[in-house]
Ligand binder design. Structure first.
Ligand SMILES: NC(=O)c1ccc[n+]([C@@H]2O[C@H](COP(=O)([O-])OP(=O)(O)OC[C@H]3O[C@@H](n4cnc5c(N)ncnc54)[C@H](OP(=O)(O)O)[C@@H]3O)[C@@H](O)[C@H]2O)c1
Length: 260
């Protein structure tokens, strides 16, 4: 990573996948970190590898978990955070009506509510300083409806839309906001979201590693881009969603995301 324009990052969902890859990249670049997720032992193992790294174990589907992160962002006795990465998220595969409604509520709480509250506090803290960076991890699923992953796609549409709006609101403020929109990425997402079937459905060239996604995301942050779609395959799929008639994009997405 080239010299980072930020010195202290807070990363949600840093215990695995894309968040963990981001933590290693930032840690190796000498950026101080606050690592957030539920699995504390995993965060401790990552934190032990880098100087100046705090661990904050929190369940971001709960008010208490979100409050703990907001409190850390506001804490003026500790190093201010100048990069906030809203990365924690999960999905639920299958037909909407068959899904456990509790699980869907938790998905909305994490992917939307926690992300929105953390983004809001981060920007409030950055405004008086006149600088800062916010990276929201969205998905290429945000660009069209996702039959078979309906709630997940809808939450990510929120993330991309919010991020693009904030990018314009904050133009000229010194605060840069980026949405990272990965496609298929090998992480724990597949087992947790019950989408492991995608691994046999799509050829390996359609997949990216968490490390490559993290690299492209951080590059986009440093370049002050509003949107980052990593990888050629994902860029091509996004172009289809953007330019195809809405009904056609919906049908294609249904073929791609439906596993049953
Ligand atoms: N992998 C893909 O194909 C793909 C594609 C597009 C977008 N994305 C997005 O990329 C982001 C990262 O996902 P990933 O692929 O890296 O999946 P992952 O390996 O499952 O990582 C998800 C992270 O979120 C954390 N998390 C989950 N529930 C949480 C909760 N209630 N409170 C706090 N943290 C929680 C997990 O930590 P704990 O379990 O320790 O809490 C973990 O660190 C997500 O927003 C996902 O939607 C993934």
């Amino acid at each position: 990573m080239t010299k980072a324009p930020f010195t202290h990052a807070l990363i949600t969902g840093a215990s695995s996948g894309i968040g963990e890859a981001l933590a290693h990249k930032l840690g190796k670049a000498g950026v101080g970190m606050v690592l957030v997720a539920r699995r504390k032992e995993r965060l401790d193992a990552i934190a032990a590898q880098y100087a100046n790294c705090e661990v904050l174990a929190a369940d971001l589907t709960t008010d208490a978990g979100v409050s703990a992160v907001l409190t850390r962002l506001r804490d003026s006795t500790r190093t201010p955070i100048d990069l906030v990465v809203n990365n924690a998220g999960f999905g639920t595969s299958g037909n909407f009506a068959d899904a456990d409604p509790e699980r869907l509520s938790n998905e909305v709480s994490l992917n939307i509510n926690a992300l929105m509250r953390i983004a809001h506090e981060a920007i409030r803290q950055m405004q008086p300083r006149g600088r800062g960076y916010l990276l929201n991890v969205s998905s290429i699923a945000s660009f069209q409806a996702g039959p078979g992953l309906a709630v997940y796609s809808a939450t990510k549409a929120f993330v991309t839309s919010l991020t693009e709006a904030l990018y314009e609101e904050l133009r000229g403020s010194g605060i840069r906001v980026t949405a990272l929109c990965p496609g298929l990425t090998h992480t724990e997402f597949q087992s947790i979201s019950n989408t492991s079937g995608l691994e046999s459905k799509f050829p390996e060239f359609a997949w990216m590693s968490a490390d490559d996604v993290a690299r492209d995301g951080l590059r986009a942050v440093m370049e002050g881009k509003a949107l980052c779609v990593p990888g050629l395959v994902n860029k091509s799929l996004t172009a289809v969603s953007t330019f195809a008639p809405r009904g056609l994009a919906r049908r294609i997405a249904g073929f791609a995301t439906r596993l049953r």
